[in-house]
Design a protein around this ligand. Structure first.
Ligand SMILES: CC(C)(COP(=O)(O)OP(=O)(O)OC[C@H]1O[C@@H](n2cnc3c(N)ncnc32)[C@H](O)[C@@H]1OP(=O)(O)O)[C@@H](O)C(=O)NCCC(=O)NCCS
Length: 245
């Protein structure tokens, strides 16, 4: 019988070789834009079925983080409206899940609606407080850059408050130009055109992330099943009629 620990282990070990730090990892930004990836994290593209998880993630952000993420202190209702308004057909949402399938980090790559600006996209990101400082924000940025390049985007924008050192650090390290205008800053990064590396890299990363998610999902479901089984056993021991004697 497959034990949940086995599934958890398989999930965490999936493609372990691939997740090893690469000394000379290819830059997702393309040639000429140096950025070395130190950690590879399973980041998957997520769709509308994850709406409730996206909402739970954003609602878990503290008021100050909501302010940094949205540029205003979004209340619960405004966050729900934002989630309901995500255009999953046009935009791309990327997520990092923990073993309990909680969305601990997510990014929204929003493509311009104006056809004349279709070579531009905007990046927004959030990481739950307990998961910060592990490089998830930077990895999500790199993942979004690869996708944007493959979609023909030439310029990526990040709107951040000037006090948002972490976000501006991520953008600066990726080679973005930052223009500060008082309390607000606009960062923009010119992207290299897509190439074989960027296409292969996206396919590979998505495949690994989907596999990782599937294993976590199975382990999660199996955990529920075992808990139910345990409950039934206890009921039988206690003289209940959960199972036929
Ligand atoms: C911004 C945010 C996404 C960063 O996530 P993260 O996973 O902690 O970021 P990383 O671990 O990838 O760190 C990125 C860089 O910022 C630095 N950094 C992280 N937190 C920092 C902080 N509080 N102050 C200064 N620098 C910080 C890191 O050291 C790292 O720089 P380095 O590569 O030179 O070491 C996260 O803080 C967050 O969700 N904030 C609230 C929402 C928000 O501000 N979104 C951005 C606007 S769209």
């Amino acid at each position: 019988m497959v034990k949940p620990e086995t599934l958890f282990k398989a999930s965490s070990e999936v493609g372990r070789e691939f997740f090893r730090p690469h000394r000379k990892a290819l830059s997702p930004l393309g040639s000429g834009q140096a950025r070395t990836s130190h950690v590879m994290v399973p980041i998957r593209s997520i769709g509308p079925s994850h709406g409730p998880r996206i909402a739970a993630h954003l609602l878990a952000l503290a008021p100050q983080d909501r302010y940094l993420r949205f540029g205003y202190a979004a209340n619960d209702e405004q966050i729900q409206r934002y989630v309901d308004g995500i255009n999953f057909e046009r935009d791309e949402i990327f997520g990092i899940f923990n073993r309990r399938l909680q969305l601990i980090a997510m990014a929204h790559l929003a493509f311009a609606t104006d056809p004349q600006l279709k070579s531009c996209a905007e990046f927004g990101v959030s990481v739950l407080a307990h998961a910060r400082g592990r490089g998830y924000g930077a990895r999500l940025f790199e993942r979004a850059v690869i996708h944007a390049r493959n979609e023909g985007v030439e310029m990526m924008f990040i709107h951040a408050l000037s006090e948002n050192t972490a976000m501006l650090n991520i953008a600066r390290k990726a080679g973005a130009t930052i223009e500060r205008d008082g309390g607000e800053s606009q960062a923009y990064l010119k992207l290299s055109p897509a190439d074989l590396d960027s296409r292969m890299s996206e396919m590979f990363q998505e495949h690994i992330a989907q596999t990782d998610y599937r294993l976590k999902f199975q382990a999660h479901q199996f955990g529920h099943f075992l808990a139910l089984l345990q409950e039934m056993r206890r009921s039988v021991q206690g003289g209940g009629d959960f199972l036929p004697k």
